[in-house]
Design a protein around this ligand. Structure first.
Ligand code: SF4
Length: 330
C-alpha cells in the first residue's frame, strides 16, 4: 500500500491519527484482500479508501506452480513487472522476494541480469510481495523471507533496509530476524555496512567460483570486487557478528573441475564460520550449462576428499521456470 497516500487521504478526511494506525495494523496482518473486509472501519470510510488507493502495490498477472512452489509475475503501479516465489518446504512457508526490477549485474547464468536494471523497488513494493503471498495462503502466513529474487538487494540498500525493518517489526509483519536471509553477489562495501548493522539477519554470498578468472567470466561484479576483497569483507562480517556466512555455489559445467573443488575447499576452509550451499543450476538457455549428474558427483567427491562441509540444496521447480527472471523476461 502507498502509505504516504493513505496518510494524505486520511488527512483530507480529517480523521484522527489512530485511524492510520488501525488501518496499518489491519494491512500488515495480511488477513484482508481489500478495504471492504476491514469491518472495524465505517462503511463510508471503507468505500472512500477503496476509491482512493489499492490495498497492495502489486497486482498478480500470472501465477504458476503447485502446493510446494509457486511463482507469481506481479505488476507494479507503473506497469513494470517483477517475480516473487512462494516455497512450502518442510512446513516452512517462505517468500523469495525481488528487490529491483531487473538487475545491473548481468551474471551470465541469470535471466534477470539480461534485463538490465529498470528501477529499484520501494520498501512497500518489497513488503507487499509478502502480503500478496499471505493473502494467497490465508489463514497460513509467511514465516521466512529470503531476498534472492530479482535484483541485487545491496544496490537498493535504503529501501531494502527499510523493508526489513517493517518485516521484522512487531507492528509490521513480525518475522524474526533469524528467519530473514539476504543474498548478495558480493558488493563488498555493503557487506561491511551490513556487518556493522549488527543484526541477526542471515547473509549469503553468491560465490559460484573461487577462481578469479572464472568468477569474472560468469559474474562481472568480480572485476570490481576481486575475490581477495570479497574474502576480506566476509572475514570482517564473521569477525564482527560471529555468525555463519553462507556461500551459494550453483553447479555449472564451467565451475566443477578438480581444480575448482580445490580452490573452493581452500576458500571455505579459511574461516570456520564459512558454510557452503551447493545448488543445481536452473538452466536459462544460452551458453551457461548446468553440471551434468556425473560432473556433480565427481565435484562433490572431490569436496568430500578435501574435507569441506556443505549442504546440497534442492533446486526448486525447473517446471515452473524457477530461475530468477525467467517469467518476467518471457
Ligand atoms: S544472479 Fe542476482 S546479482 Fe546476478 S544478475 Fe541475477 S539477480 Fe543480479
Amino acid at each position: 500500500m502507498d502509505l504516504p497516500l493513505l496518510r494524505k487521504t486520511l488527512d483530507s478526511l480529517k480523521l484522527p491519527a489512530f485511524r492510520y494506525r488501525q488501518i496499518i495494523k489491519n494491512y500488515y496482518s495480511g488477513r484482508f484482500l481489500n478495504f471492504d473486509q476491514m469491518t472495524d472501519l465505517s462503511l463510508d470510510l471503507r468505500q472512500k479508501l477503496s476509491k482512493a488507493l489499492p490495498l497492495l502495490s502489486v497486482v498478480e498477472k500470472t501465477i504458476i506452480g503447485d502446493d510446494s512452489t509457486k511463482k507469481a509475475l506481479l505488476e507494479l503501479s507503473d506497469g513494470q513487472k517483477i517475480e516473487s516465489v512462494f516455497m512450502n518446504y518442510e512446513d516452512w512457508l517462505t517468500a523469495c522476494v525481488s528487490s529491483q526490477v531487473g538487475c545491473p549485474l548481468n551474471c551470465s547464468f541469470c535471466a534477470t541480469g539480461k534485463m538490465g536494471l529498470k528501477r529499484n523497488l520501494t520498501s512497500q513494493e518489497i513488503v507487499d510481495q509478502i502480503l500478496y503471498w499471505n493473502q494467497k495462503i490465508y489463514p497460513k502466513y509467511i514465516g521466512r523471507v529470503v531476498f534472492m529474487g530479482m535484483g541485487e538487494p545491496f544496490l537498493n540498500w535504503e529501501n531494502v533496509i527499510e523493508a526489513i525493518s517493517i518485516i521484522n517489526s512487531k507492528d509490521g509483519l513480525n518475522i524474526g530476524a533469524r528467519k530473514i536471509s539476504i543474498s548478495t553477489a558480493g558488493v563488498v562495501d555493503k557487506i561491511k555496512d551490513f556487518a556493522n548493522l549488527d543484526t541477526q539477519i542471515n547473509l549469503a554470498v553468491s560465490l559460484h567460483s573461487a577462481d578469479q578468472k572464472i568468477r569474472e567470466s560468469i559474474m562481472p561484479i568480480a572485476k570490481q570486487y576481486p575475490l581477495s576483497q570479497l574474502k576480506n569483507a566476509c572475514n570482517y562480517y564473521v569477525g564482527k557478528t560471529n555468525r555463519q556466512l553462507f556461500f551459494e555455489y550453483a553447479l555449472m559445467d564451467i565451475n566443477t573441475s578438480q581444480n575448482d573443488a580445490k580452490l573452493l575447499a581452500d576458500f571455505i576452509s579459511s574461516n570456520r564460520l564459512f558454510f557452503l550451499n551447493l545448488i543445481p543450476l536452473n538452466p536459462i538457455g544460452g551458453d551457461m550449462l548446468p553440471a551434468s549428474k556425473d560432473q556433480q558427483k565427481i565435484f562433490i567427491d572431490y569436496l568430500n576428499k578435501f574435507g569441506v562441509e556443505y549442504s546440497l540444496r534442492r533446486s526448486f521447480g525447473q517446471d515452473i521456470n524457477a530461475a530468477c527472471g525467467q517469467l518476467a523476461t518471457k
